[in-house]
Design a protein around this ligand. Structure first.
Ligand SMILES: *Cc1c(COP(=O)(O)O)cnc(C)c1O
Length: 393
């Protein structure tokens, strides 16, 4: 699936199997036990007073949370110094931002960002004295002109949430680092398997683990991976906020992680097949999928990414809202609901026009976002054909 990035020559697919495992520690069992824990008992008063123990308290880490953090660190590869687990992807975004920002700082965020990230910047960060400027996702090294003396961080997300613009992350990272700012990325779409954040200049890489790591639509959880420079403040922030994830969810995330590459490979293949099918449909104006040569960000995707996951959007030719609803309502294999990254296919209607501030969203027709699950693509296409028939009727 992808070339090896590891100094010891192991490919990412192998890493997913070996990472973070230590059977010897767990009596030979392949997987770590689920430690339900708050108190950790110390053997004597001297050790208690000195906090001399591998584990201090449930919130601060257990063998279960450590196994997942270590696995994720190994999968991120060179450049990643450590990982923190958060109770949701949204918590990972807000915690990563809070770990690098202080009152009086300035922040740059791509206009194509996941909407709750924007909301966090516009409400809580604003209230705490951090000013945000949104920028055109296609800005590239032109971002240099937006920096101020107090610009502390740049937030990137590629492809853009719902709208799928590709960003020139190495160019943005160079501009940021030249001016002493850190780069935060939401890498949920690609995961570290398809985008090596740290090799492209990212300092803090965020994932909604809820999506592909979990993979089964049954857990909420988030991850932040950090390089050497960003890790100490990240760990301090997570600890000071008292954030931790329940052990059963950590266990499910670790279980999901082991099959990430086979699932992603199938999501990628099926999504590309269906995206190409949409390109041939007379009802469709444009397909927003960066792995398609027709996508304006295709060259960047090809240069920087090693794969594409199962999420993409389409723009329909101008059609009445009722007809778009009829399309969605006629689908039986595509559920309608938020989130994605599970084994099942999904569809949502979306419109970015209401909240963009740095760019204009005028796609030319109604928009739908699809997550292509692990079903047979022939069955999915037959379902979509029924949708188009209902749209026409
Ligand atoms: C879903 C999502 C999040 C938030 O994750 P939750 O676990 O739902 O809080 C963040 N970023 C992106 C790109 C997402 O798709």
């Amino acid at each position: 699936m992808s070339k090896s990035h590891e100094p010891d020559g192991l490919k990412p697919e192998t890493r997913l199997v070996t990472a973070g495992r230590s059977a010897a520690e767990f009596h030979g069992f392949v997987n770590p036990p689920v430690y339900h824990a708050s108190t950790v008992l110390y053997p004597n008063a001297a050790d208690l007073v000195a906090h001399r123990s591998r584990y201090q308290y449930g919130r601060r880490g257990t063998p279960t949370s450590e196994a997942l953090e270590n696995a994720l660190r190994e999968i991120e590869g060179p450049g990643c110094a450590g990982v923190s687990l958060l109770p949701s992807g949204a918590a990972a975004v807000s915690t990563a931002l809070l770990s690098v920002l202080s009152a009086g700082d300035h922040l740059l965020i791509t206009d194509s960002v996941y909407r709750p990230t924007r909301n966090f910047a516009d409400t809580i960060l604003k209230r705490y004295g951090v000013e945000t400027t949104y920028y055109d996702p296609l800005i590239g090294d032109g971002i240099a002109s937006l920096f101020r003396p107090n610009t502390r961080a740049v937030f990137v997300e590629a492809p853009g949430s719902q709208s799928f613009e590709m960003q020139d992350i190495p160019a943005i990272a160079r501009a940021a680092h030249d001016r002493g700012a850190l780069v935060l990325m939401d890498n949920t779409w690609a995961t570290p398997l398809f985008f090596r954040a740290f090799e492209h200049g990212v300092d803090l890489s965020i994932q909604a683990g809820t999506k592909y790591i979990g993979g089964h639509s049954d857990i909420m959880f988030g991850t932040i991976s950090a390089n050497e420079k960003a890790l100490p403040k990240l760990k301090d922030t997570v600890t000071t906020f008292g954030l931790c994830v329940g052990p059963d969810d950590i266990y499910l995330a670790l279980r999901g992680l082991r099959t990430l590459s086979v699932r992603l490979e199938r999501h990628q293949k099926s999504a590309l097949e269906i995206a190409q099918w949409f390109e041939q449909r007379p009802e469709v104006l444009r397909v927003l999928h960066p792995a398609l040569p027709s996508h304006p960000g295709h060259a960047i995707w090809k240069r920087d990414f090693t794969g594409a996951s199962g999420l993409f959007s389409i723009v329909l030719k101008p059609t009445a809202e009722k007809a778009v609803h009829a399309f969605c309502d006629a689908l039986s294999l595509f559920g309608m609901g938020f989130s994605w990254g599970g084994y099942e296919s999904l569809v949502i209607l979306f419109d970015c026009a209401g909240y963009r501030t740095a760019t204009k969203w005028a796609p030319g027709g109604p928009c739908l976002r699809f997550h292509i699950g692990l079903e047979d693509t022939g069955d999915l296409i037959a379902d979509l054909e029924r949708g188009f028939a209902a749209m026409k009727a």
